[in-house]
Design a protein around this ligand. Structure first.
Ligand SMILES: Nc1nc2c(ncn2[C@@H]2O[C@H](COP(=O)(O)OP(=O)(O)OP(=O)(O)O)[C@@H](O)[C@H]2O)c(=O)[nH]1
Ligand SMILES: [Mg+2]
Length: 323
């Protein structure tokens, strides 16, 4: 499957070597002995990973896998210190976990825009020669293999069977352009959108997910690859197609989708869900809704993502749950 959303890459990082200390002597015409005047070497550059709000995928790192910082410059005569090597920066999306590939140890979870971590330290520069002390070479920079794993950070995760209208809803409530189509698995990777409730200065982020199907937790369909992206959402918006055209029972769909989620990760049981019955504009929808609500004690929000019905009430519920 081809997608531009990449959430797992392995890369190699190498910090710069410290510059060598210089061996140099100054010959003073008034003294018999030459004076050592070698400058110190500059420090090697670090490799630094930064979380950047404008980056949404690890795609670029698929093509460039090795990141090397500059070596420190060597010291020179007349006590001239070598310049430090330039740092090497790697930009990643907010929500990227940085792990040591060898040990699996998490070096940092970059959850804030602008947050950074030095993943490979540059080597110290060597010392220039001193009286009775010869110059020393610069130290090597650290080198590592890293795993970068993106786990999206969003307030809301939009989950449901394929084709129920998740992307239609995201597009209606945010400025995102998630692809919509009358066929399953239109959405092939998570899409993030920011929702602003007018006049209320309340904003939240929504992650539209690929549709889930039975067996998703075992790897069936597309959804499982991306299930990890709902782990860090605060609320799940669980969408059901309530129209007759789906030819399925809403309550069965609701139970089996939850079963998939909980089989994938039992902790997800603790996550609050808002249940949304979509396509209320289609024939048979209200009758289905009545049957569905007889089975379920939780509140159900009937909406038409296509026509814009019931959206205000839903957004209010989201706001109340989040605040
Ligand atoms: N009548 C009606 N059709 C809708 C409504 N919401 C979505 N649709 C249609 O349902 C189809 C699927 O919509 P999508 O938004 O792509 O559904 P999805 O859940 O994102 O689908 P996947 O990405 O495949 O999981 C499209 O043809 C939409 O136009 C609605 O409220 N009423
Ligand atoms: Mg979709």
């Amino acid at each position: 499957m081809k997608t531009n959303f990449i959430d797992y890459v392995e890369i190699e990082v190498k910090a710069g070597k410290g510059g060598d200390g210089c061996t140099s002597f100054f010959y003073d015409r008034f003294s018999h002995f030459p004076k050592p005047d070698g400058g110190n070497g500059g420090k090697g550059g670090n490799v630094i990973i930064i979380a950047d709000e404008n980056i949404h995928t690890l795609l670029d790192l698929q093509y460039r896998k090795r990141f090397v910082a500059e070596n420190g410059h060597h010291g020179e005569g007349n006590y001239k210190k070598g310049e430090a090597g330039k740092d090497c920066y790697i930009l990643v999306p907010v929500g990227t976990l940085v792990k040591d590939a060898q040990t699996g140890f998490i070096l940092r979870d970059l959850t804030q825009p602008g947050e950074k971590v030095i993943v490979a330290k540059g080597g110290e520069g060597g010392r220039g020669n001193r009286p009775r002390k010869p110059a020393t070479p610069g130290k090597l920079g650290e080198g590592k293999k890293l795993i970068l794993e993106l786990k999206l950070i969003a307030d809301i995760g939009l989950v449901g069977y394929p084709n129920v209208g998740k992307s239609t809803l995201l597009n209606r409530i945010s400025s995102a352009h998630s692809q919509v189509g009358d066929y399953p698995f239109t959405t092939k990777a998570p899409v993030l959108g920011r929702v602003e409730i007018e006049d209320e200065e309340f904003t939240f982020t929504v992650a539209d997910m690929p549709g889930l199907i039975e067996g998703a937790h075992r790897g069936k369909g597309l959804g499982h690859t991306f299930l990890r992206h709902i782990e860090r959402t605060k609320i799940l918006l669980h969408m059901i197609d309530i129209s007759e055209s789906a030819g399925r029972d809403a309550y069965d769909d609701y139970l089996s989708l939850n079963k998939e989620l909980f089989l994938y990760k039992p902790d997800l049981k603790e996550k609050k869900q808002i249940i949304v019955a979509n396509k209320i504009d289609l024939p048979g929808a209200w009758e289905n809704l009545e049957r569905f609500s007889r089975n379920l004690k939780e509140k159900i929000y009937p909406i038409s993502a296509l026509k814009g019905e019931g959206i205000e009430q839903l957004l209010q519920a989201v706001k109340e749950t989040l605040s």
